[in-house]
Design a protein around this ligand. Structure first.
Ligand SMILES: *Cc1c(COP(=O)(O)O)cnc(C)c1O
Length: 243
């Protein structure tokens, strides 16, 4: 039997190209980076057949467990909360760290990247809804943060990442997926504006090539607001099963 993830991924690709067209954008400007937490390496490897060659992993331990079984053609982005003392385990395994939110973390990534002769691409995670439960730099602090972080020469800041506030529970649909469509665009637009503010500052060693925003419930809205990376999880793999 064919895994439904292939069907789902093809459908999302079609939807994204449609949303891009509606927004007057090129389909090629948007990369699908599926969030693969809890998904086995065997299933993840099927994504290559759909032309998806980059994945987002959340947890260091889980990534290390899956790493050997993952097809080596994948590029791996780290998209979860990253503790400074764990950078060393993933520095040679990932192509981008999307979830940078402290200067200490920037410093450690920079140091470890240089020690293996690399410059790591990073995105600054923005806590666009000022949520206490979430990580990320507060929006009003992002410009200063980027200026400070830019001095670490083992990293290159290439954009911003965000997870907008979830829709209040009483708005949620029974499948749990189509929630959050209510006003995510307001948040996405603010992140886009922040990236333009940063661009205006002309900071050395900083470019704003990527905007990583949009998950299963809201990737089309994100594309309309300028996303270059979307991170659907459940919409591709089905509901997560935690062991
Ligand atoms: C889990 C996760 C996603 C995907 O969430 P879905 O609702 O399953 O699409 C995207 N980004 C990050 C950072 C995640 O942790």
């Amino acid at each position: 039997m064919t895994d439904s993830l292939i069907f789902n991924a093809e459908q999302i690709k079609r939807e994204i190209s449609e949303c891009a067209r509606e927004a007057g954008r090129e389909e090629a400007e948007i990369k699908i980076v599926p969030a693969t937490k809890t998904v086995s390496a065997e299933r993840i490897n099927l994504l290559l057949d759909c032309g998806i060659d980059t994945i987002g992993e959340n947890r260091v331990q889980e990534l290390l467990e899956k790493y050997d079984a993952l097809d080596k053609r994948f590029k791996i982005h780290f998209i979860g909360k990253l503790q400074t003392n764990k950078v060393k385990y993933i520095i040679d395994k990932v192509d981008m760290i999307q979830s940078v939110d402290t200067l200490r973390l920037c410093e450690e990534i920079s140091k470890r990247a240089k020690s293996i002769g690399r410059i790591m691409e990073v995105l600054v995670e923005v806590n666009i809804g000022h949520e206490e439960s979430k990580s990320g730099v507060m929006p009003e602090d992002v410009v200063d943060f980027v200026k400070e972080a830019a001095r670490f020469d083992g990293i290159k800041i290439v954009g911003l990442m965000t997870i907008p506030p979830a829709k209040p529970a009483d708005f949620q649909s029974s499948d749990g997926v189509s929630q959050k469509v209510y006003n995510c665009e307001a948040y996405f637009k603010k992140v886009k504006e922040l990236s333009l503010d940063i661009l205006n500052e002309n900071v050395d060693n900083v470019i704003m090539r990527e905007l990583s925003m949009g998950m299963s419930a809201d990737y089309c809205e994100a594309v309309k607001c300028g996303a270059t990376i979307v991170r659907p999880g459940r919409a591709i793999f089905g509901e997560r099963i935690y062991k």
